[in-house]
Design a protein around this ligand. Structure first.
Ligand code: ISL
Length: 579
């Protein structure tokens, strides 16, 4: 008897050691691998009280719309009490709802309404930093001796300057002098977003208690804001010249990151059946993979920015080619069976996906939006949609700087111009890369303010194309982008071959067509996407002969593959299958 227990103990220790990977299980089926997430940026989704700011009641009023579309999980961008220096990514009270968005009762109603429709909800966990108006920071700032001092990162200056040369993503130094002791606190983002000190175990316990508070309410997980930044190199070495333009690679993956995430997992996450997705801004593929290796028990999924941000260099958008882009999808899908990729083309920090990857001209907006829908929903990985993409919303044409709201643009403006860039050039760059493109209000109808608010003003201008591009018009048109998404989501739902099937890029070097297969146990899919405004005769292998049409963004398409050449129209997208 004793011997048997010893053997069990020995075996379980072996299994739990990180290096004994070979003995654990491989690809497991999980709900969060199969489902599709829809991101809501509450400020811009739907306003229920006419103040020009979206709110929770507004979202609740549109739950049937989300159910009709067929998404499975809502990711809610921050809904917590905040002075809104960065639209809620600066939290003043983690257990309270932002006044403009409503009350805790409104939150509970939203959650219940989603659950009633079988939709899950994940919320944003923003714990690399808080607001400077958080009570912890107020205490921390008041004196070196305050018990909350170590909730944040304070350092004395050097020769009358900041402790080192770290720069903030939102302009200027990442250090700000504050309080009676003449010390500086660290803020990777705005001055109003002081970084929390994860070295302090008390702070970590506070974070876990916040997580439990929301999990006990019934949320199904978290999207974790800039999570690889929580551990910092305590030596705070100066950045070298090369890192000054992209400091994110130095600010992430600090020495204790994995330790913190394992602790969070064992103390909180492991006790619930939830999903976690980390925003990995500033991570290489290798490092990112460490976070999501299921044997390490840290987080489930990661957003890596290579695909969505291809060609982007801060506010500049450089050229990129389709083969380069395809290689990035391949890197993700090449991950071994202990990882699961994510697929996302846009969010609230990026331009509209149609304007970046498709063609937002009147001729090609609809076919290219549908093509991107097919790409998003047939690639391997958990798919993340962003509000408005399902109706083909496009970038806003900004003509002056005062039309922007974004703290990133306002904070960097002086610095960019001082570096010799002309205002015209900066504006042209921002028209491609700016975060406000994705933040203009959701376009519900052709009524004033696009049906977003009953008020005369909205916090950020509605894109003037709302008369043509809106939910009502799409719901009424059976051939709309919305209805194409709806069909694709229905095809994908519960379809193990499309969800878990192997991914193979069949023409990685082709400059116009993105062509790949998804091969499962019972069926094989062939996806052909002409990502150009030219007609292309695409050669395919004879083995696809007799593959049948599942869905395409042009309705006159042949039903079965008859030859080895498929004549593709500009921005044409076709999904075939073998069975
Ligand atoms: O690239 C960026 C900074 O130069 C940003 O678009 C963005 O700040 C970055 O991707 C991190 O994003 C997250 O954290 C920020 C917040 O402003 C973003 O909205 C959020 O998604 C700080 O909390």
């Amino acid at each position: 008897m004793k011997k048997r227990w010893l053997a069990v103990l020995l075996l379980s220790t072996m299994l739990s050691t990180e290096k004994n990977y070979a003995q654990t299980t491989s690809t497991q089926k999980k709900w969060w691998k199969e489902q599709v997430v829809y991101q809501i940026y509450p400020r811009s989704f739907k306003d229920s009280d006419g103040d020009g700011i979206g709110d929770l009641k507004g979202i609740t009023s549109q739950l049937d719309y989300l159910a009709q579309l067929g998404i499975d999980i809502v990711w809610l961008s921050p809904h917590f009490d905040s002075p809104n220096a960065d639209n809620g990514y600066d939290i003043r009270d983690y257990k309270k709802v932002m006044t403009e968005f409503g009350t805790m009762k409104d939150f509970d109603e939203l959650l219940a309404g989603l659950k009633k429709r079988g939709i899950k909800m994940i919320i944003d966990l923003v714990v690399n930093h808080s607001s400077d108006e958080h009570q912890w920071f107020q205490e921390s700032k008041s004196s070196k001796l305050n018990p909350y001092r170590d909730y944040y990162i304070w350092r004395p200056g050097k020769d009358g300057h900041a402790p080192n040369n770290y720069t903030s993503f939102f302009g200027g130094s990442a250090w700000e002098k504050a309080g009676p002791d003449g010390e500086y606190y660290l803020h990777y983002f705005a001055k109003k977003q002081p970084d929390l000190n994860w070295e302090n175990p008390k702070l970590r316990e506070e974070v876990y208690s916040i997580m439990k508070f929301w999990l006990d309410k019934g949320v199904d997980g978290f999207r974790m804001d800039v999570i690889p930044m929580i551990s910092k190199d305590q030596q705070f070495p100066d950045l070298d010249a090369a890192s000054l333009t992209h400091p994110e690679f130095k600010y992430t993956f600090g020495p204790r990151l994995h330790e913190y995430l394992k602790e969070m997992n064992s103390k909180v996450l492991s006790k619930y059946d939830v999903m976690t997705v980390g925003e990995v801004f500033g991570g290489t593929a290798d490092k990112t993979a460490l976070l999501t290796d299921e044997r390490r028990k840290e987080i489930d999924l990661a957003f890596s920015f290579d695909v969505a941000r291809i060609g982007r260099d801060n506010w500049k958008q450089n050229n990129w080619t389709l083969p380069e882009w395809k290689a990035m999808f391949k890197t993700q899908s090449d991950l071994d069976s202990y990882h699961w990729p994510t697929v996302f083309l846009a969010n609230h920090d990026n331009p509209r996906m149609i304007s970046k990857f498709g063609d937002d001209s009147p001729t090609f907006r609809i076919p290219s939006a549908k093509l991107l829908a097919m790409l998003l929903l047939t690639q391997k990985g958990t798919a993340f949609m962003y509000q408005g993409d399902e109706i083909g919303m496009t970038n806003y044409r900004f003509t002056a700087f005062d039309q922007f709201d974004d703290v990133e643009i306002k904070g960097n403006y002086k610095q960019v111009l001082a570096s010799g860039v002309s205002p015209e050039k900066y504006l042209a760059g921002l028209n491609k890369t700016g975060r406000d493109h994705a933040r203009t209000p959701m376009q519900w109808s052709s009524e004033k303010q696009g049906g977003f608010t009953s008020g005369d003003k909205s916090w950020l201008a509605v894109n003037p194309n709302y008369k043509e591009i809106n939910v009502k018009a799409d719901l009424e048109n059976p051939n709309s982008i919305f209805n194409f998404y709806k069909q694709l989501l229905a095809i994908r739902k519960g379809n193990d071959d499309l969800i878990y099937g192997d991914y193979k890029d069949i023409a990685p070097e082709h400059k116009e067509v993105f062509a790949y297969t998804r091969t499962g146990k019972n069926n094989e899919y062939l996806v052909l996407l002409n990502m150009s405004d030219k007609k292309v005769n695409f050669n395919i292998d004879g083995k696809f002969k007799n593959y049948k049409l599942v869905i395409a963004n042009k309705y006159e398409k042949m039903n079965t593959v008859h030859s080895t050449v498929v004549e593709m129209e500009p921005w044409e997208a076709i999904l075939y299958d073998r069975n």
